[in-house]
Design a protein around this ligand. Structure first.
Ligand SMILES: CSC[C@@H](O)[C@@H](O)C(=O)COP(=O)(O)O
Ligand SMILES: [Zn+2]
Length: 214
């Protein structure tokens, strides 16, 4: 049996769970979380985060569908299994101390773009006004690379690729996983949502350009 959560942590979990459930309902309504796919988390403090329980329908989350993990991805105060991709969430919290929310979705646009751009290893975004929706970007006149990493069921392998990108000094705001979906994050839910919506739009534009260009 797991130890019950301290009251203060329970209150913070309830707060984070409500925010995650609300955002997830909206993202599911866009069709970005099909068939129980996708996962979401919010930092609680330096040591803990709230994350979706594995396998739950992300469009119908309630407080009981979100649990606490530590920064090693271990369940805290729960017997449930956290998201199968928990390691990718805790990695963001470890590598980006300003990130407090991580969103992962599986939209059709994200999935198709990940396949189409996998061979290049990245989607290069240039000249789009909406690049300014990404934190720190003030002009369309810049280059924004979204890496595409190979898919694997072995999270440490993916984590190593993400670490290698960051350790090479390359900016990272989001990444695609080939044939899978997107990960992005933000300082708060509003920023993470803005990143996700902007990238969905920009990836859709890139797909249209490929489709329409002779
Ligand atoms: C239902 S297939 C999608 C899963 O394999 C996975 O990629 C996913 O996004 C959801 O996994 P979960 O363990 O529910 O967080
Ligand atoms: Zn996934």
């Amino acid at each position: 049996m797991s130890k019950p959560l301290p009251t203060a942590v329970s209150a913070l979990l309830a707060d984070r769970a409500d925010a995650i459930a609300e955002a997830a309902r909206e993202l599911a309504a866009f069709g970005w979380t099909p068939a129980t796919s996708s996962n979401f988390s919010m930092r609680i403090d330096d040591q803990l985060a709230a994350i979706t329980i594995s396998g739950r329908d992300k469009g119908r989350l309630g407080r009981d569908d979100i649990m606490v993990i530590d920064m090693n991805g271990k369940a805290v105060g729960s017997e449930y299994r956290p998201s199968a991709e928990t390691g990718l969430h805790t990695q963001v919290y470890r590598r980006f101390p300003d990130a407090n929310v991580v969103l992962h979705t599986h939209s059709r646009t994200q999935s198709v773009a990940s396949r189409l751009f996998a061979a290049e290893g990245r989607v290069r975004l240039e000249g789009w006004e909406l690049q300014k929706a990404i934190a720190g970007h003030t002009t369309h006149d810049s280059t924004l690379d979204i890496p595409v990493f190979p898919n694997t069921q072995h999270m440490p392998e993916l984590e190593a690729r993400v670490d290698a990108w960051i350790d090479a000094g390359k900016p990272l705001y989001a990444y695609l996983i080939n044939g899978h979906g997107i990960y992005t994050w933000g300082h708060d839910m509003a920023e993470a949502r803005r990143h996700l919506e902007a990238l969905e739009f920009l990836l859709g534009c890139e797909l249209d350009l490929r489709r329409l260009s002779p």
